[in-house]
Design a protein around this ligand. Structure first.
Ligand code: SAM
Length: 268
């Protein structure tokens, strides 16, 4: 099993990744950031939606949101969050490596470093191609990750997060000449320690831009945050947005034709 398929990992470390504080910050972000300024009725795919921290406020804006995630516990949390907020979000269990719904969305997002999980570069490219196929011509994909240049600014400093009932340690290691980042997470609760290592691609802005282009996106924009600030020495994140060409065919030779609803996928 790959680390990203480990439901227990997402559940155990959820209090750090998906804190109430982060949920409140994202609600504010989606309400105000120009990159989320979608008119009511916009069809949005939240790919790797987790517990719907973005999907809920996007639905509140009047968007028709579909959240796709591999983890059933994360989808359960997403469903609970939508119910609590009183918003309607379609939740689908799916793997971004195979999930395609041809020409279904106006906008797609993949945020909080939910990209680059696959060991093979070609598989991460496939994810972009899948999203391209799921967008209508002229539709856009926004990917938000910790860029290599951003990580270079703080790497080497282990982090400790104190939770009410646990301590979480996070330590980063650069691998393969800055191609990949391994993060070792340790959760200490009472007298038990749980350790997990996750490894993902660490993209520079130029590399992620090139990957978008290779997948077939055009009008590629690169930002240092959701406020459209430049990706420079002050950047806090790497945000890349690309557009499916207006005249692109329904599916190119490299675009997988498999529709959603295949093995392992269901409306959650
Ligand atoms: C870092 S979390 C981010 C969640 C959410 N985007 C957010 O901002 O809170 C990554 C999410 O990706 C999901 N995931 C991991 N591998 C996946 C895959 N192959 N296909 C779809 N989702 C996946 C995990 O279950 C998890 O919910």
């Amino acid at each position: 099993m790959h680390w990203y398929e480990d439901d227990d990992f997402w559940v155990d470390f959820a209090p750090v990744m998906f804190s109430d504080r982060r949920r409140a910050e994202i609600a504010e972000l989606v309400a105000t950031a120009p990159l989320f300024d979608h008119p009511p009725g916009t069809r949005v795919l939240d790919l790797a939606c987790g517990p719907a921290l973005y999907a809920v406020p996007l639905a509140r804006r009047g968007c028709h949101v579909t959240g796709v995630d591999l983890s059933r516990p994360m989808l359960d949390r997403a469903r609970a969050a939508c119910a609590e907020a009183g918003v309607d979000v379609r939740l689908v269990r799916g793997d971004m490596l195979t999930h395609v719904e041809p020409e279904t969305y106006d906008e797609a997002i993949n945020v909080f470093t939910s990209f680059g999980y696959f060991e093979r570069r070609a598989d991460n490219l496939t994810v972009l191609r899948n999203v391209l196929a799921s967008l209508r011509p002229g539709g856009r994909l926004l990917v938000d990750v910790m860029g290599r240049e951003v990580v270079a600014g703080w790497i080497g400093r282990p982090q400790v997060v104190e939770l009410p009932d646990a301590l979480v340690f996070q330590r980063d290691t650069i691998l393969d000449e800055w191609t990949r980042l391994r993060t070792d997470w340790t959760l200490v609760r009472e007298d038990r320690a749980r350790e997990v290592s996750i490894t993902a691609f660490l993209y520079s802005a130029a590399e992620l831009r090139a990957l978008f282009a290779e997948a077939g996106f055009v009008d590629i924009e690169v930002y240092g945050d959701f406020d459209r600030s430049p990706y420079d020495q002050r950047a806090r994140r790497l945000v890349v947005r690309g557009t499916r060409p207006a005249d692109s065919p329904a599916s190119g030779p490299d675009v997988p034709a498999a529709p959603a609803g295949q093995e392992g996928e269901d409306d959650a």
